[in-house]
Design a protein around this ligand. Structure first.
Ligand code: CTP
Ligand code: CA
Length: 227
C-alpha cells in the first residue's frame, strides 16, 4: 500500500465534515442544544484542506470563522443538517461526522413566544433522524465513514454498537468525563475503535493533532499510480 500520510495526501479526494451542535426550536427565540463548540470538526476540515482535499464543512451554529479554502454550509436544526449532508454525501469519498446532533427536538415548536403566564408548558419531544445511520445505509463501496461518540459510561460497548449500527470504518471515542477531553476545550483525549474490536488510545493532544491522527488512518482505496 502506498504511504499516504502527510502533505497533499488527500489530493483529489472530497471530504465532508460535520461540526458543531444543532439547535432545535421551542419557539421563535428559544431552542434545545448542547455544549459542542465545533472546534474538533473545524480542525478536521482545516487539516483535510491542508492535505489537498476538497472539503465541505456542514456546520451547526458555532462561534468560529469560516476556514479559508473550505466550502462551508451553515445549518441550524438536525433536519437541516440531514438534508445538507445527504445532498453532499453522494460526491464525498470520506464523511467524518464530528457534529453533536440533537437526538430529540420539540415535537411542536410554538409559533409565538411562549409567555411566562401560560401554565408551565410541558414540552413534548420527538426523535431526530440519525444522520450517520442514514449514511451508513447508503454507504458506497470505497466510501469511508467516520463517527464520533461522546460517552460517560460503558464506553467501549457503546462505541462498538455504534460502529455496527452505523456501518462505520472507525469511531472516535471521547470520554467526556475526563478533564482535557470533549466540549469547549482545545485538547481531546480519544480512543479510536475499529469494527474488528481493535482500539487505539491516543494521549491528550490538541484537536488539530487528533484531526491529523484521524486523517492518517482513513482506509482510502487508491488507484495504483502509473509511471
Ligand atoms: N449522529 C448523527 N445524527 C444524529 C445523532 C448522532 O449523525 N441524530 C452521529 C454523530 O454525529 C456522531 C455519532 O452519530 O458521529 C454518534 O453520536 P452519539 O451522540 O455519540 O451517539 P447516538 O447514536 O446519538 O447515541 P446516544 O446519544 O444515545 O449515545
Ligand atoms: Ca446522541
Amino acid at each position: 500500500a502506498a504511504l499516504l500520510a502527510g502533505r497533499r495526501s488527500l489530493e483529489g479526494v472530497t471530504v465532508l465534515v460535520t461540526a458543531g451542535p444543532t439547535r432545535e426550536p421551542l419557539d421563535p427565540i428559544r431552542f434545545l442544544s448542547n455544549r459542542s463548540s465545533g472546534k474538533m470538526g473545524y480542525a478536521l476540515a482545516e487539516a483535510a484542506r491542508d492535505r489537498g482535499a476538497r472539503v465541505v464543512l456542514v456546520s451547526g451554529p458555532v462561534h468560529l470563522p469560516d476556514p479559508p479554502g473550505v466550502e462551508v454550509v451553515r445549518v441550524e436544526t438536525a433536519a437541516e443538517m440531514l438534508e445538507a449532508v445527504l445532498q453532499r454525501a453522494a460526491t464525498a469519498q470520506v464523511v467524518i461526522k464530528a457534529a453533536a446532533v440533537a437526538d430529540f427536538r420539540p415535537a411542536r415548536p410554538a409559533a409565538h413566544k411562549i409567555k411566562k403566564d401560560t401554565a408551565a408548558p410541558l414540552v413534548e419531544l420527538a426523535p431526530t433522524v440519525d444522520i450517520l445511520r442514514e449514511l451508513g445505509r447508503r454507504k458506497r463501496p470505497g466510501q469511508v465513514l467516520v463517527g464520533f461518540a461522546a460517552e460517560t459510561h460503558d464506553l467501549l460497548d457503546n462505541a462498538q454498537r455504534k460502529i455496527r449500527e452505523k456501518n462505520l470504518d472507525f469511531i472516535v471515542l471521547n470520554d467526556v468525563t475526563q478533564p482535557g477531553a470533549g466540549f469547549e476545550v482545545d485538547t481531546n483525549i480519544v480512543t479510536l475503535v475499529y469494527p474488528d474490536g481493535r482500539r487505539e488510545s491516543l494521549p491528550a493532544m490538541s484537536k488539530r493533532a487528533v484531526a491529523e491522527a484521524i486523517l492518517d488512518r482513513l482506509p482510502l482505496e487508491r488507484e495504483p499510480e502509473t509511471g
